[in-house]
Design a protein around this ligand. Structure first.
Ligand code: GTP
Ligand code: MG
Length: 371
C-alpha cells in the first residue's frame, strides 16, 4: 500500500486501435484505463492511442513504435507502461527488454486494484488465487518473465517473496487456497440454507454505477461508497423491511468492467454466488456515464458468464439527478427498468414497489404450478 509520503509510480498508458474497431470505444476504454490506474495509486503521465493493422506477434506493437516508447519512457522518467490490451507473457517480456520499463496489461492492473481493495478473508484468498493462476503461465518457458514476479504496481500481491519463483511451490499454494475457499464455501452453504425461503435480491452492475449507494438507500445502511472503481469487493448482505412488514435480504457485491479477466470471475465464485442464487437481480447502471449501452452490455456479458442472464432482473438506471436526456430512450428500450437517484432518493420507493410486485407474481406462479 502507498503512504502519502511514498513516491508514487508514474505511468504511460498505451491503447491500440485496430481498423475493425470503433475508435470512440477505444478512446473510452483508454479513459477507463486512466481511472483504473489512478485507483491503483499511480500517476498517469501520458496516454497514447496507437493505430495498428494487426498485433505484431513478438511485441504486440511494431519495433518503430517500441523505440518511440523507449524515448518517451526515459524522457518522462516513467516507472511503468500500461497497455489497454491483453499481452502474452513473451510480449510483456520483449517490450520490457526493449523499453527497459516495467510493463503491465489491463488484466494485471485490475488484479492489482483487487489486491489493494480486498478486505475480507474470502476476497483476499480469491484475489491471491487469481493472481497466482494469472502468473503461473508467465513462469513457463525459458526463464521468461521470471524477473517479473513481484511485478504489478509496487510489489504487492503474491510476488512479494522469492518463494514464487518456484513453480512447484506456487502450485502447492494454489491447491491450499482452493481448499481454503472450498471450506469457506461449505460454511456459506450452511448459512445459505438458513436463508432459504427468504426473499433474496442481489445488486449487480458496472463498477462505480452506484450499487452500494442504492443498497444504502434501500436498507438505510451506511456502507462505504466512493467515486472510484472497485470500492466494493466483498459481498455484504443486509435485511430491509417494507412498511407492510415484508422482509427482504439484499446483497451488494463486486462490480463488473469491460474485459474483466475470466479467471477473476471464476475465482470470485464465493463472492458472486449470491448474484446467482438470488430470486431477483437489480442491475444498476450509471445513466450519467457517456456510454450507457456499453455498460449495460458489459454487465449483461458477466451475467451470461454466470449463467443468470435469463433469470429475473430489473435494470436500475441510477444517477438520474445527473442525466435526464436518456430517460425516454432507455425506457422504451428496457421496459423492465426504473430510474433512481440514490443521492436524492428519487425512484427508491418505486423500486421497492417493483420488488414487491415481482414477489407477488413469483408467488402466484409458484401457486399455479402447485395446482
Ligand atoms: N449524483 C449521484 N451520484 C451517485 C449516485 N449514486 C451513487 N453516486 C456516487 O457515485 C459514486 C460511486 O458510488 P458507489 O455506490 O460506491 O458505486 P458502486 O457501484 O458500489 O461502485 P464499486 O463498488 O466501486 O463497484 C460515489 O461517489 C457515489 O456518491 C446518484 O444517484 N447520483
Ligand atoms: Mg460498491
Amino acid at each position: 500500500m502507498y503512504s502519502t509520503e511514498e513516491k508514487k509510480e508514474r505511468a504511460l498508458l498505451v491503447g491500440v486501435h485496430f481498423p475493425y474497431e470503433e475508435r470512440w470505444v477505444k478512446i473510452d476504454s483508454l479513459e477507463e484505463l486512466q481511472s483504473l490506474t489512478k485507483t491503483a495509486g499511480v500517476i498517469v503521465v501520458e496516454k497514447i492511442l496507437q493505430n495498428l493493422q494487426r498485433p505484431v506477434p513478438g511485441t504486440f506493437i511494431g519495433k518503430g513504435k517500441l523505440h518511440e516508447l523507449n524515448g518517451i519512457a526515459s524522457s518522462l522518467s516513467l516507472d511503468t507502461i500500461i497497455f489497454d490490451e491483453d499481452l502474452t507473457p513473451s510480449q510483456v517480456s520483449n517490450i520490457e527488454g526493449t523499453t527497459g520499463t516495467k510493463v503491465l496489461d489491463r488484466a494485471e492492473l485490475i488484479l492489482d486494484i483487487f489486491a489493494q481493495h480486498a478486505k475480507t478473508k474470502v476476497a483476499q484468498i480469491e484475489v491471491e488465487l487469481t493472481q497466482l493462476l494469472f502468473r503461473l503461465p508467465r513462469l513457463s518457458g525459458k526463464g521468461i518473465a521470471l524477473s517479473r514476479l513481484g511485478g504489478g504496481i509496487g510489489t504487492r500481491g503474491p510476488g512479494e517473496t522469492k518463494l514464487e519463483t518456484d513453480r512447484r511451490r506456487i502450485r502447492a499454494k494454489i491447491r491450499t487456497l482452493k481448499k481454503e475457499l472450498k471450506n469457506i464455501e461449505k460454511a456459506r452453504k450452511v448459512q445459505s440454507k438458513r436463508r432459504k425461503g427468504r426473499k433474496r435480491i442481489a445488486i449487480v452492475g458496472y463498477t462505480n454505477a452506484g450499487k452500494t449507494s442504492v443498497m444504502n438507500a434501500l436498507t438505510h445502511a451506511n456502507l462505504k461508497t466512493d467515486d472510484q472503481l472497485f470500492s466494493t469487493l466483498d459481498a455484504t448482505t443486509r435485511a430491509f423491511v417494507t412498511e407492510d412488514g415484508e422482509r427482504y435480504l439484499i446483497t451488494d457485491t463486486v462490480g463488473f468492467i469491460r474485459r474483466l479477466p475470466h479467471s477473476l470471475i471464476s475465482s470470485f465464485h464465493s463472492t458472486l454466488e449470491e448474484a446467482v442464487i438470488a430470486d431477483l437481480r437489480l442491475h444498476v447502471v450509471d445513466v450519467s456515464h457517456p456510454y450507457v449501452e456499453l455498460q449495460i452490455r458489459a454487465g449483461d456479458e458477466v451475467l451470461e458468464t454466470l449463467d443468470v442472464k435469463e433469470k429475473p432482473s430489473i435494470y436500475v438506471f441510477n444517477k438520474i439527478d445527473l442525466a435526464q436526456d436518456e430517460v425516454g430512450y432507455l425506457n422504451r428500450r428496457f421496459p423492465n427498468s426504473i430510474f433512481t437517484s440514490a443521492k436524492t432518493g428519487r425512484g427508491i420507493k418505486e423500486l421497492i414497489e417493483m420488488i414487491k410486485e415481482f414477489y407477488i407474481k413469483m408467488n402466484l406462479k409458484a401457486t399455479a404450478t402447485l395446482v
